[in-house]
Each structure stands twice: as C-alpha cells, then as structure tokens.
Design a protein around this ligand. Sequence first.
Ligand code: FAD
Length: 297
Amino acid sequence: MYPAPISDYFAPSTLEECLDLLYHYGSQAKIIAGGQSLLPLLKLRMVDTPIIIDINRIIELQEFGEKFLEPGKRILRIGALTRHKTLASHPLVLSKYPIISDAAKYIGDVQIRNRGTIGGSLVHADPAADLPVPILVLDSTLRVISKDGERDFSAEDFFLGLMMTVVEENEILAYVDIPSPQKGTGAAYSKHSVVFGDFSVISVGARVTLLEDICQSSRIYVGGVNPRPQRAVNTEEFLQGKTITSEILQKAADVMAEEIEVESDMRASNTYRKILLKHYGFNVLSKAIQRAKEDQF
Ligand SMILES: Cc1cc2nc3c(=O)[nH]c(=O)nc-3n(C[C@H](O)[C@H](O)[C@H](O)COP(=O)(O)OP(=O)(O)OC[C@H]3O[C@@H](n4cnc5c(N)ncnc54)[C@H](O)[C@@H]3O)c2cc1C
C-alpha cells in the first residue's frame, strides 16, 4: 500500500530549526531518521501524518565518540543519527563496548543497518528491538530536547511500555551517553529469532563486574517477552558476592528463567521461551564474564 499523501516535507539543517518546526507543528508532524520503522507504518496506514521532518542533515545529531564530561568522568556519546552499521562495526565499539555491536550487527539486513539509527530504534521502542537492552544494561543517559529546554533520562526511566517512551511530540532525542567501563567489567548481548536477522523471540543482555572471580555487581535485562525490557533483579541478587563458576552461571540462568514473566504468542510458546532463556542466559553471562576478565565493556 502507498502512504496517505504528505502535505509538507522539511529537511532542517540545524537543531534549532528542527525544534522550531516541532514547536510549530507538534502532533501534526513526524520526524523521519532512517525511515526503517516509520515508512512501513505509513505504508500500512498505521500512522498518518501530513508533515514529515527529515533530520538527516542535522550535524548536531551525528556526534559519535568518547569525551570527558568533567575531569575523570568519560563517556561514549552516541548521536541519535548514528546508524546501526556504525554501532555494529566501529573499532571503538568493538574494542571497548562490544555489547553494542552484539546487538546492532543482527538488526534486520544490511540495508536496514545502513539506514536505521539508534535514535529511531529507541524512540520507536518496539518490545522486540535489539538496542534498548544494551542501552539499559550500560546505565545510559538519554538527552531529549525541545524549544522549552533539555531533559535527561536514565534508560530505565526512558522506556514507558509498548512503543512508548518519555519523548513528547515537540521533542527530539539528541544523543545517548554511556559511562566508560569500570575496571573488571564485561558485558554481552544475544538474541534468538525465528529467522536470522529478524526481531527477537527473546534477548538477553548482561553486565558483570568481577574482582578476582567474585561478582561485585551485575545488571541484566531480558527483551522480546514484555512490553519493555524486563530487569532480572533476582538473578542479579543471586550472583552478588558469588565466586563465578560454570555451575553458578547455570543456576543463575535458571533463576532468570524463573523470574521473567513470559507469554505465548505466534512465534513461541511460553514453555519454549523459558527454555531459550536458560540457554541464552547462560551463554550471555559466560560471555560477559569472559569479557570482564579482558576488561571489555
Ligand atoms: C524488515 C525489517 C526488519 C527489522 N529487524 C529488526 C531487528 O532485527 N531488530 C531491531 O531492533 N529492529 C529491526 N527493525 C526495525 C528498525 O531497524 C528500527 O526500528 C529502525 O532502524 C529505527 O530507526 P530509523 O532511524 O529507521 O527510525 P525511523 O523509522 O525514521 O523512525 C522511527 C520512529 O522514531 C521517531 N524518531 C526517529 N528519530 C528520532 C529522534 N532522534 N527523536 C525523536 N523521534 C525520533 C520517528 O518519528 C518514528 O516515530 C527492522 C525493520 C524492518 C523494516
């Protein structure tokens, strides 16, 4: 199907210009970044918007790299227009933040990764999307801007539910800040999909900090099974203070499968999802531990 007619298309070249347009048109306008979620929705007529604001020319949204926010506090800043391809293959991501590449490299296919952006994926907030899980696992901060000012959200507060975030109609997600890894920390992500490169049936992301093989802290989220990624708090508590062995990781995966609420749908039964959770839980925790020993976030 073809989308309903669009009456106006704007391609602002500065953030200020874009915020003016959002302020002026509000609910009548839709931002387009990579178009990999918006265009299908327009074609299916699930979204109908008379005005499109194309943000691809805005340099401010293309920032990517490490910087010091203040002495001693380094972050990786990922501008909203950063493509999945960059997240999947950039040397900085691969060497220091490989969990992000774990998630980005299997998003859709090569065309989708070339066009799709982190901002679009996070604001679209599909429950089976890949990037929300590592963004949560890494305790990221997200900056949202409008003409009225700036708002910062922890990733935990950013996602509200099924395709719902804190971003209002007159606002734009500008960038994501990820804190630099603490020594002895590793993180990993993996997903199960029916077809290779498809949305996840379940996904698991984990971050673990070790001191001489003892778990100091962890952060674990499961995606694809609920309206938004669910934190595995009991599993985190189970791991706390334990000396990490293969047996402990197996038990942790059992706790994870026990505590996460899963439902059946056309892609998988809840029983199968529980089995998948044990398998992926164990594998992702093992990978995070291996990276912690190599200081790879
Ligand atoms: C065939 C297919 C397979 C896919 N497989 C996967 C997959 O395996 N895993 C996965 O995670 N995703 C998958 N996707 C989804 C898709 O890749 C992402 O949702 C997409 O990349 C979103 O980014 P975008 O830049 O294309 O966003 P767009 O489509 O341009 O925008 C999406 C939404 O976000 C809003 N928006 C965009 N940028 C901003 C911003 N900076 N501030 C505020 N609002 C903004 C738009 O208004 C729109 O509502 C798939 C998509 C297709 C078509």
